[in-house]
Design a protein around this ligand. Structure first.
Ligand SMILES: Cc1cc2nc3c(=O)[nH]c(=O)nc-3n(C[C@H](O)[C@H](O)[C@H](O)COP(=O)(O)OP(=O)(O)OC[C@H]3O[C@@H](n4cnc5c(N)ncnc54)[C@H](O)[C@@H]3O)c2cc1C
Length: 282
């Protein structure tokens, strides 16, 4: 296996342009597992860990958005400015693996793998994030909803690097919760991110691990906005919370697999979403 270790984004772009079928490795917490199990046998690898440009965070206070480098590890999202501006992402980051995994694993790797159970992805979906991709010759921005195209499949083209993701800074409560087979070091059996946009009076709900890719519950979102004025801080009546949970569960498309049953996953997203909505309004 040949391994190149560029130190700048330019050099990484040159390396992938010269060999578009080469495999990127960032933290290696997904790729090395795949290699160890012989699921993938890359002959050419480009290691991005030394590329500092991929680890930066930029806050644009004029346009109220934050751009997070693809190579930023979860450890750096747990507190500080990301936790302040995108608290749901900090919460999701805190649930990933162990301290070692959070120190190596990155948001770019989560996007690269594009597992429906990836913990950063429901947050990016609920916030309508964009993914910034670059080749040596061009760059493009893709909506997260168009980027995730199936189970572990994304819209990245050969020769492209995922450079960063851009998220809006939203005024209102937001949170992330997941259920796994134990309390820590666990891949999601079901997960949910809920974001309240207090200014526009909208709510966004995104689910992980209950479909081929992340699911946005758009029907439930518009139903709720018609029931209650989300620009105020309304008390959520119990019957509304129950119906909200059932509607969310109806929008999920879970399957039975080695981690859980579809029925339990439906129950889990109903409970998680209800709890998040209650927390948002208490
Ligand atoms: C013990 C363990 C526990 C885990 N727990 C969790 C968990 O709780 N939640 C969770 O979501 N995940 C978990 N994971 C999975 C993994 O840690 C995450 O998906 C992580 O985000 C992967 O990031 P990485 O930088 O290590 O990616 P890598 O393994 O380096 O790469 C993953 C994929 O993305 C591609 N890639 C990486 N960077 C780029 C880039 N800049 N441009 C284009 N392609 C790129 C790679 O080519 C590869 O295909 C766990 C893994 C392990 C081993």
């Amino acid at each position: 296996m040949s391994v190149q270790v560029p130190r700048t984004l330019d050099d990484a772009l040159k390396a992938i342009a010269a060999n578009p079928s080469a495999q990127f490795i960032q933290g290696g917490t997904d790729l090395m597992v795949e290699i160890n199990f012989n699921h993938r046998k890359p002959t050419d690898v480009i290691a991005l860990r030394r590329v500092d440009e991929l680890k930066s965070t930029q806050i644009d206070t004029k346009n109220m958005q934050i751009t997070i480098g693809a190579g930023l590890p979860y450890q750096m999202m747990e507190r500080g400015e990301i936790a302040e501006h995108v608290p749901a992402l900090a919460q999701a980051a805190r649930t990933v693996g162990s301290p070692q995994i959070r120190s190596a694993g990155t948001i770019g790797g989560n996007l690269g793998t594009c597992s429906p159970a990836g913990d950063a992805l429901p947050v990016l979906s609920a916030l309508d994030a964009t993914v910034n991709l670059q080749t040596q010759k061009a760059s493009r921005t893709v909506s997260i909803h168009d980027f995730m195209i199936g189970v572990k499949r994304n819209a990245r083209m050969p020769g492209e690097i995922i450079v960063s993701t851009t998220l809006p800074i939203v005024s209102g409560w937001q949170g992330y919760a997941k259920v796994g087979v134990r309390n820590a070091m666990v891949i999601s059996v079901a997960s949910c991110c809920l974001v309240v946009d207090r200014i526009n009076g909208t709510i966004a709900v995104a689910l992980g691990a209950v479909g081929p890719t992340i699911i946005r519950c758009r029907e439930t979102e518009s139903w709720l906005a018609k029931q209650i004025d989300l620009r105020t801080n309304p008390t959520m009546p119990d019957n509304l919370l129950q119906e909200f949970g059932s509607r969310v569960a109806n929008e999920s498309k879970p399957i039975d697999d080695h981690r859980s049953t579809a029925a339990y996953r439906r129950h889990a997203v109903s409970t998680l979403s209800r709890r998040l909505l209650l927390r948002a309004h208490s």
